[in-house]
Structures are given as structure tokens and as C-alpha cells.
Design a protein around this ligand. Sequence first.
Ligand SMILES: [Zn+2]
Length: 468
Amino acid sequence: MPKLVLALFALVVSVGCAVPSTPFAVDYLVRPTDTGVSVVADVRGGPDVAWIGFGVGPGASPDRTTQVAGVRALDQNGVALPIEAAGHAGYRITTNGEPWQLTYELALDQAATADTFYRGSAQGNDYIVLVGSDAWPRLYDDPTPLTMAPDNRPAGVVAQATVRFYLPESNRDWTIATTAWSEGERVFAMREHPVASVFALGPFTIDELPNAPRLQIARHRDWDLLADDIEPLMATLVESHTSSLGPASQRRALAVLSPLPDRLPIRGGLRTAGMVRDQTLLVYAARSPGVDPKHPGIAEAMAVFLGHELFHLWVPSAVQVTRELSWLSEGWAMHMGRRAAVAAGHIDEDDREEHLSAAYRRYLDIGGYRAGSLPAASLGREDQRNLLYLRGELIFRLLEIEWNGIDSDKSFERALWRSLTTAYDGFEPLDARAIRQILVRLTDEVTVRRYVEGQAPLTPETLGLAGQ
Ligand SMILES: [Zn+2]
């Protein structure tokens, strides 16, 4: 019996000590099609048996992986390699250790809600936005990650990747906007798996802001809001954030400005939407046809909106936070967006006070009095986002009032920013516990318990709105 145990032990050890394979290197070639993109990936490195899995960005529906179809693996002679489905949206591929090729189609359907923002139309002014977490497979040397949910998978063991694009002849004025490193026309390189990459393909004009040369602005041909005033406005908003907090990051950043997809109705005069993926801001906006493009309300709303979106280059891009802290990043972005709009001269301080009173009334209207913990609410349903943003902004105001000024610095946001950048190692996103410690230090235990953890209701008095 002891011999058998020893033999089993030796077997386990020999499996555990298998010679580590070289990491994967992947060169993607992407062709836009009528229904999305077709991808050919040349793969080198990796073990004799490779495990690949498609994923989605954090918080996205795991069903998005069903938009990937026709997954095939070929050897260097074009002969099909054995491939079996494994785990959730994953495959086991016997590669024999030689370079091989992976091919698949990614469907982007502009009529499907999940894809509304990634593909505008199928006409000449089309555009395609490829988000790395959804578009590129992750490659593994063991099957464990395939048992994890697609929105929770590690990036895999990719040491080097390039993406090349084949743009159709009919779209001669298409260009590619991305923060990835350009190695030549339409060829981009990344040092690791491009899970956080974004590539926007379409008729974009790319400019740099004079005061933020690392931030590129890619403007779609059909973007018409504020015309040539849009870039000076963005420069002023960036200036405001930089003077409050210091520079965002040494990394390259991109803001893609696209018209709102046609199928989205515009209620009121203006509709906007913004998304942040790593160092890329995807910004969409359109006005109702009946609204005068020079109406001051347009510039005011755009200043607040873009001030909010640009702030995300500080949090959560330059300082990453977990999703349970979306109340903090969004509430702070709301606060900073309005502040930057004041600095840009589009709203005055009185407007800010009125806005806060209005925000508080609206907060009560949509059921905000049912407190609860903000980190828990941050993990809640998508349709609760508005309430969370509003509540986050009010709480941010309250923390500012309660700030005890232990830092020699005079502003709360600067003291908070300094604490965040000190606590953040540039790699692991900050979690609710780390933030709790910081907030307790900047205010006190009771404030955090009452308002962040929701043990007491928000009142006009606590928000400094008494008498209004
Ligand atoms: Zn936001």
C-alpha cells in the first residue's frame, strides 16, 4: 500500500512539474464584413494542447460570447486540427506544439441592444468598435479558466500580440483609432493580451489636444455637436481636472466621439452616452433636430457630460477600482464634471447649488430614501445606475463637508486623490476595504457608517442644503 501511495505521489509530482510551455504570441488579421468582423489569428508558442476561451468585459452579459461563431483551428498546411468544445465558450485544441491558426467570426448586430454602440449602421458612415475583452480569445495552457464565467476570466498567457486590419476598398476614408502602439499603417502591437484594447474603425479624424498631447480625440465625420468648439472645450475640461488633481496618467489615452446610433430615440433636446474601457473613452451624443445647435443649453450639457467622461481618465483608469466602488467613481465623476463645467464658464456656482437641491429632490423621488450600503448598491441591477450616480454625487458632497482637513492640502478631492494614488500599486484595483480605510481617515468612522454604508438617511441638513 505505501508503494502505491508513493507511485501516485510521484505521478502527481511529475504532472505538476511538466516543463512550462512558452507563452503564446498571437498575430490577428481582422476583416470587417457585412455582419461584423472575420478574424484569422496566427498563434505561436504555447503547449501541445491549447485551451482557448472567449470572454466579455466586467459586468457585460456572458451571452455575448454566443456572437462568436465558426471557430476552427488549422495547422501550417491548412489541415484542420482536432478541436473540442470545453467549459463555457471555450475549446481544447491539439496543436502538436507547431505554429497554428485560429479562425472565427464575430457578429455585431446594430439592432441588438448589446451591440448598439459598437456598430452604427451598414452604410458609408458605418463604424465598428472592437473591444478587446469581447473580440479576442484568451489563450491558456490549462483548462481551469474555462470553468470560470466569461466576465471573470483571466487574460491568459499571451506575451505578445499584434492586430492588422484589412479595410474594405469601399471605405477609403476609414481610419483606426486606438491607444495600441502603431507599428505601421493599420498594424498595431501590444506587449500582452489585448484584453483592455479598443479599436474604433470608421471615418474618424484624429487630433491631439494642445495641453494634453497624450490624449487623442477621434471625431467621427457625422459628429456635429459644438463643431470646432468641441476640442477647445475638452482642453479646458482637462485643464480643470489637471489643476485639481495633477496629470491623469503617463499612458496614452483616446476619446472617440461618435454620433448617437440612429435607432436610439432622443428624449428632450440632447442625448448622451459614455463608456470607459481602460484608457479609451467612447462618447456618443446627438441633439433633437428641432433644437438650435447654438442653444447655450447644448454647450452647458456637453461641458458637464464631457467633464464627467474625461474624469474617468483619472478614476477608474489611472487609479483602478473594483465594481463595488462604482458609486465612488461615478459620484466623483458627476461632481468633477460639474466643477469642470464651472471652470469652463458654462455654469456658475449658483447653478451647482440649485443642481444639488434638484438632485436631492430627484433622489427622494426615485426611492433613494431606502438607504442600504453603497458598495452593495454598486453591484446591483443595471436599471438602478441613475440612482447610484445621483446618490454617489450627494455622498461625495457630504464627504467633502465632513472632511476633517488632516491633509495640509486645502481640497478634499486632492486629499482623496493623493490617498488613492498612494494606496494603488498600479496593478491590483482598489477594493471597498481599502477605500473604507481611506474615507475613515479623511472623515470619521461614523460618517462612513452612516452615509457610505447607509445606516442613516440623507437629509438636506447633512448635505448643507438647509434653508433652501
Ligand atoms: Zn461615468
